[in-house]
Write a protein that binds this ligand. Structure first.
Ligand code: DOR
Length: 432
């Protein structure tokens, strides 16, 4: 398949490219990028047919990468399967996703990793990279076989959903993983401090009569992991940062040269705990939605580079998980299909430039996970996302490819959408 994409504004932070150009894809790779390629590609090999797509007015970027997705297979297929999650990813503009291990059974073994990879290959939509558990059954007491898991195909380690409470175990995990060049992704939550909480601890938890989760539940563990990374000379990636204190800790650590990277999710810069007055369980997420000051600090952290990545934390759930009393509702937002549009708001409000946003949604996750992705360099895999930045649309969860209809953004008018998702040179989603 030969594809010539013409007339788009091409942005590739990895090569410092931001200009109107053409891009030519052949045999699954990026063959050429430059101006007026239509003549060049025609003369090259007249026998082969080249499909030409005019993308005037569109933005073309290296395929978006979500480094924090929950696919629920095996174990919770009613919430999401690998196929439905991959379809949601493609529709949201993601060409690659890394999936967390909190399935049933937990992905703490070669066989589960291989199962996920096999299913993903059969689905043949987007690249799916499994993340293995840090501890057996994510129980926090015994490390998994990192090397065996890496050979089976994991790209990172995490007990996400559950924190690694034992600091000694986390130290060993970070040392062992570092020697294998495997990133450790830390779900930072001190469960003694967050115990029984179902929303941010503050004014709104008081007036709503719900148990609160204080910001220090997150910050205390971020401080611990930064200290371990400094002490051992290793690195750590902090998942779903939600508080001003966390941003401050990570910023200071980076200034001191500690190898820490961080991500946040669109809901942490879009919503505050004030919204929970509706008692809508679709707003229940862990860590919880925080205060206005926290949201402002997250935006500052994104703008100054403290936060490297925007990840969805796509957490699909079924109706029975969410249509219950607030305390009993499952945590999570189905995010793959709204993440891009919500993140584009950061450009409209002048917090990020286009290249900065694309770096956080493609270049940086590729770098942190050591994936040969996130660039439009000649010879790279032809993973591409084409965005219509002006397209206005209304979120309709019933139209989601994801089985998880749990989005607090249902009914919201948003702007900007992936209209083409190309993986390995093949169009996997066409929303034109
Ligand atoms: O809201 C969340 N949902 N936070 C997590 O850490 C886990 C996730 C899930 O698996 O549903």
């Amino acid at each position: 398949m030969r594809l010539l994409l013409t007339g788009a504004r091409i942005i590739d932070p990895a090569q410092n490219i931001d200009s109107r150009m053409d891009i030519f894809l052949e045999d699954g790779k990026i063959a050429k990028i430059g101006e007026n390629l239509s003549k060049a590609t025609k003369s090259k090999d007249s026998e082969k047919i080249t499909k030409i797509v005019d993308l005037t007015g569109m933005i073309l970027v290296p395929g978006l990468i979500d480094m924090h997705t929950h696919l629920r297979e095996p174990g919770f297929e009613y919430k999401e399967t690998i196929a439905s999650g991959a379809a949601a990813a493609a529709a949201g503009g993601f060409t690659s996703i890394a999936c967390m291990p909190n399935t049933e059974p937990i992905n703490d073994s070669r066989s589960i990793t291989e199962f996920i990879r096999r299913k993903a290959t059969e689905t043949s939509l987007v690249n799916v990279y499994p993340i293995g558990a840090v501890s057996r059954n994510s129980a926090g007491s015994q490390l998994t076989e990192f090397w065996d898991l890496q050979e089976a195909g994991i790209v990172a380690l995490s007990d996400d959903g559950k924190p690694v409470m034992n600091a000694a175990l986390m130290r060993r995990a970070m040392e062992y993983a570092f020697s294998l060049q495997l990133p450790v992704i830390s779900h930072c939550e001190d469960i003694n401090l967050s115990a029984n909480g179902s929303m941010n601890e503050g004014y709104y938890s008081t007036i709503l009569g719900l148990n609160g989760i204080p910001g220090i539940a997150e910050e205390a563990m971020i401080a611990r992991d930064i200290l371990i990374a400094e002490f051992t000379g290793t690195s750590v990636h902090i998942a779903h940062v939600s508080t001003a204190g966390s941003v401050r800790l990570i910023r200071d650590a980076k200034k001191r040269g500690i190898k820490v990277t961080a991500e946040t999710a669109p809901h942490y810069f879009t919503l505050t705990d004030e919204a929970l007055q509706s008692y809508d369980t679709n707003l229940k997420v862990n860590p919880p939605l925080r205060s206005e000051q926290d949201v402002a600090a997250i935006k500052e952290g994104l703008a100054d580079g403290t936060i490297d990545v925007i990840a969805c934390d796509h957490a699909p759930h079924g109706r029975t998980d969410k249509e219950v009393e607030f305390e009993y509702a499952a945590n999570g937002i189905s995010g793959l299909e709204t993440s891009l549009a919500l993140s584009l708001n950061l450009i409209n409000s002048k917090i990020l430039t286009w290249p900065e946003l694309i770096a956080k949604m493609s270049t940086n996750p590729a770098r942190i996970l050591h994936l040969p992705k996130g660039t439009l360099e000649t010879g790279a895999d032809a993973d591409i996302t084409v965005i219509d930045p002006l397209l206005k649309w209304t979120v309709d969860v019933q139209a989601f490819r994801s089985r998880g209809k749990n989005s607090p953004f249902n009914g919201r008018q948003i702007q900007g959408k992936a209209i083409l998702t190309i993986v390995g040179g093949e169009i996997k989603y066409d929303g034109r």
